[in-house]
Design a protein around this ligand. Sequence first.
Ligand code: ADP
Length: 320
Amino acid sequence: TGNGLIVSFGEMLIDFVPTVSGVSLAEAPGFLKAPGGAPANVAIAVTRIGGKAAFVGKLGDDEFGHMLAGILRENGVVCDGISFDTGARTALAFVTLRADGEREFMFYRNPSADMLLKPEELNLELIRSAKVFHYGSISLIVEPCRSAHLKAMQVAKDAGALLSYDPNLRLPLWPSAKEAREQILSIWDKADVVKVSDVELEFLTGSDKITDENALSLWRPTMKLLLVTLGEKGCRYYTKHFRGSVDPFHVKTVDTTGAGDSFVGALLSKIVDDHSIIEDEPRLREVLKFANACGAITTAKKGAIPALPAEADALQLING
Ligand code: ADP
C-alpha cells in the first residue's frame, strides 16, 4: 500500500436503512443509521488498508455533521479539507429496501451542506499535495459545489495528481435521466482513471450489452484506464494498449453496499506511488485482483464502512 496522499472529494451523508426489506422506512419496525457517501467510503477504504487519505467536502455544522467528521477522524482520514456550513444541514438519505433487495433513495438535499461548498473554501494546499484526486459526480449537479469541484480537479491536475472518477449514479438526484447522462459525460475527458459499474455502462451507452464494443464507446484518448465492475462477475479493464478481465472471489454476500468504493480505494492505494503500474498489464492485474478481493469482502457484511477490509483480510482471501 502506497504512502502518497489520496484526496477524495464530494459528499458524506447518513443513510437511514430499514431493518427489514419490502417496506418503506416509515413502515419498518426499526432502522439503522449508516454513515456513507461514496467519496467518504473511498477515503476510509484507503486508510483501512493502510494508505493515506483526506476527505474534502462540506458538512452541516450540526450533530450529524460532527458525527460524520468524527467517523472520518477515527478512521485516520485527514479532515483539514472539511468545511462546516452554519446554515444548511448535513445531507441525509432515507432508504427503502425493495423486496428484491434493490435500494430506493429519498434524499434530504434542499439544499444540504455538501452542495454549498464554495471554491474559495477549498483547502488548496491540501489538494495540491494529492498524488491521486478521486471524485464522484453528485457534487457536479448544482452550484456552488460544481464550481468548487471543477476548481479542485484543476488544481489537483496542475499539481500532477492522477484524476480518478466514479460517476456513482443515483438518479433521483438529477432533474432527469437525460441531464444526468449529459452532465456525467461532459467531464468524461477530464479523468485519467474512470470506473463504471455494469448498470452505469448500460445507462451511459443506452445499451444493455456488456460488451467490449459498448465499453469502448466510453473510451476517450485522454484516459489511462477504464474499468467496468461486474459485481459477482469481477471486473474488466481497458487501457491504450491492452484489455482483459479479472476473476471475482466467491464469498457469502449479504449486502453489496460499498463494494465499488472498496474496489476503488484498494485500486488507488496500490497505484498512488507509481502511476505507471497502469501501463504494465501483469502488475495492473495483481492490483485488480486485490481490488476484487476487497470488493468481495465488503459484500460479506452489512453496511459500507463497517464492511471495508484491512489489507490482511484481502491477502487472506487471495492466498486462501
Ligand atoms: P458498485 O458497488 O459500484 O456497483 P460492483 O457491485 O460491481 O460495484 O462491485 C465492485 C467489485 O466488488 C466487483 O468488481 C467485484 O470484484 C466485487 N464484488 C461486488 N459484488 C460481489 C459479489 N456478490 N461477489 C463477489 N465479489 C463482488
